[in-house]
Write a protein that binds this ligand. Structure first.
Ligand code: ADP
Length: 551
């Protein structure tokens, strides 16, 4: 067998091929020889004892349930079963495996690396796998390539092929021998060595184990040549070896070996790729989600900001319109004022001058009367103007108090009756309740009623004026009805404007109804008029207030 290897090598074929071919021809040789020898009926195989490395995951190791497992364990079991062998399989420390094999306590080693040195002692079967070595370093190590490891401390498992390789290829490194990979990783993590030389698949296994914790290890490929590992028997167990090889080929044909390989390595690699894809997908999905959420909130904020902007624009426009209207009203008001004030003032100034020059006592008296009338008018205008502007500007607070409206109505009627100087005009008051206690501003209510009654009397040359009220919709509904001159339809809507008088020559400031409207607006009430020209008018108001006792 050794000679066969040497011959192939001497043909100049690459070392890896040489190993493979050697194993192939060696296997064939043992297969034929085994069959021939079995024909010669040597000692029958009764029971075999197989051993394997205890600390060589994922090839042979003890799982978390305490069971022996691994790729080599599965291959060995399948091969032993296919070969119909009665066997026991134990995993023990590698040095122990070798010792038990030496002392023939064990018949088979389920996995041992091929080396020329071992050919004198081991007969290799076809049940083999190609192995690559990597250097394992702590993730924090600054070393990037295997060249940088020259002269560094390297942990090597005693009696592994790597030990032979280190002597052959890396003489400059300081080799630290360890019992197994477990110890090798321990010294590496403690920083006692710079690297551990380790089977690539074992590195993958340990790194996978640490994925859930932290990947504290990193692997860099070594330039050590790959080598084959196979089930091995003693050199004189040719029959056993032949059986194992025959079983191995049968299993290969059935696809069992591939299935075992995929179970241990295929799935893992696919799973890793799949895992990477899942991570990538999750990352992309996360980024999409973040972008989506960002855009959602951005759109929402823009929508809110736009709405706020539109609202403030609309309110600004409203404010502007208000300001323009107020400015127009102010100008109008000032124009009206100057006109309204100038008329009586001119009369006062003019008649005062005439009064001085006039000698006739009767005419003088007439002038004096005119001056008095205009002075009173002027005073009334100022009084009304001040009253109106105070109400509109909210300077006057509405002082609500509890009082009996029925009593107030009666006393107002009496006052009007006493002041009635007009002949042919009758004042009628309707008193629907004996008591009507409400909470309202007595003075403002009186002012509205007085204005309406005074107007009705003023604009009724003959006939009747009726004043009345009733409780309605949580407030007081009051009215003043007359059979006076009435108001034309065109004038009705302007009645509550300031200084408006249907007849400019009629007595009054033209502010009375404006004051009534301002009072009603301030207390959220209403005021209105219905009138038929020539027949009379009905002025009404609704003053909302708290009603207490009505009987
Ligand atoms: P004034 O204080 O000058 O009476 P008002 O604002 O009270 O001013 O009234 C405005 C105008 O409305 C009056 O000049 C008059 O032309 C008209 N008016 C008010 N009340 C009546 C009424 N009862 N009948 C007819 N016209 C009225």
């Amino acid at each position: 067998m050794k000679g066969l290897f040497c011959k192939i090598k001497s043909l100049g074929i690459g070392k890896d091929y040489a190993v493979s071919l050697s194993l192939f021809f060696g296997g064939c040789f043992f297969f034929l020889f085994g069959n021939l020898s079995s024909a010669g009926a040597k000692t029958p195989i009764e029971k075999i004892r197989a051993v394997g490395d205890l600390n060589y995951p994922p090839y042979s190791f003890i799982d978390k349930n305490g069971k022996i497992c691994g790729y080599n364990v599965d291959i060995a079991k399948a091969v032993f079963k296919e070969a119909e062998l009665d066997y026991t399989l134990d995993l023990t420390h590698w040095q122990n495996c070798l010792r038990q094999f030496d002392t023939r306590e064990a018949d088979v080693i389920i996995r041992i690396g091929y080396s020329n040195n071992r050919l004198d002692e081991y007969a290799y079967s076809f049940a083999s796998i190609l192995v690559y070595y990597d250097f394992v370093l702590p993730d924090s190590s600054l070393i990037k390539t295997s060249k940088e490891l020259q002269g560094k401390r390297i942990a090597v498992v005693k009696d592994y092929i790597s030990e032979e390789y280190m002597q052959l290829h890396y003489l400059t490194e300081k080799v630290v021998l360890v019992a197994d990979y477990k110890e090798g990783l321990a010294v590496l993590r403690r920083g006692e060595v710079d690297a551990l030389i380790c089977d690539r698949k074992t590195v993958e296994y340990y790194r996978r184990l640490h994925q859930t914790d932290k990947a504290d290890l990193r692997a860099i490929p070594s330039n050590l040549p790959p080598f084959e590992c196979a089930i091995a028997t003693h050199l004189d167990q040719t029959e056993l070896l032949a059986k194992l090889d025959a079983a191995y080929f049968r299993l290969k044909d059935k696809g069992v070996l591939d299935e075992i390989y995929n179970r241990w390595f295929g799935e893992f690699y696919y799973a890793r790729q799949y895992q990477l894809l899942v991570y990538l997908f999750a990352f992309v999905a996360f980024i999409c989600l973040v972008v989506f959420v960002f855009l959602f909130f951005l759109r929402r904020n823009i929508r809110i900001a736009t709405k706020q902007l539109r609202d403030s624009q609309a309110s600004l426009l409203q404010e502007k319109e208000k300001a323009v209207r107020a400015d127009r009203l102010k100008s109008q008001f000032l124009a009206n004022m100057s006109h309204e004030v100038r008329t009586p003032l001119n009369a006062i100034v003019g008649f005062s001058q005439l009064l001085v020059q006039e000698e006739c006592a009767e005419v003088k008296e007439e002038y004096a009367e005119l001056i008095t009338t205009n002075t009173q008018l002027l005073l009334a205008i100022f009084g009304d103007i001040l009253d109106l502007s105070k109400i509109e500007s909210g300077v006057i607070d509405f002082a609500s108090q509890h009082f009996d409206f029925a009593l107030l109505f009666q006393s107002l009627e009496q006052t009007f009756q006493q002041g009635m100087k007009k002949e042919g005009v009758e004042l009628l008051a309707i008193h629907p309740y004996e008591t009507c206690v409400i909470c309202a501003d007595q003075q403002r209510l009186s002012q509205v009623i007085t204005n309406l009654v005074m107007n009705a009397i003023k604009f009724t040359p003959q006939g009747r004026v009726e004043m009345g009220y009733r409780v309605k919709d949580q407030g007081i509904y009051g009215y003043v009805k007359d059979t006076g001159i009435g108001i034309q339809e065109a004038s009705v809507e302007k009645l509550f404007d300031r200084f408006y008088k249907v007849d400019q020559f009629s007595q009054g400031t033209g502010l009375g109804l404006s004051i009534c409207k301002a009072i009603m607006d301030s207390c959220h009430g209403e005021i209105g008029v219905e009138s038929t020209y020539g027949d009379g008018s009905l002025f009404w108001f609704f003053y909302p207030c708290e009603l207490e006792t009505v009987s």
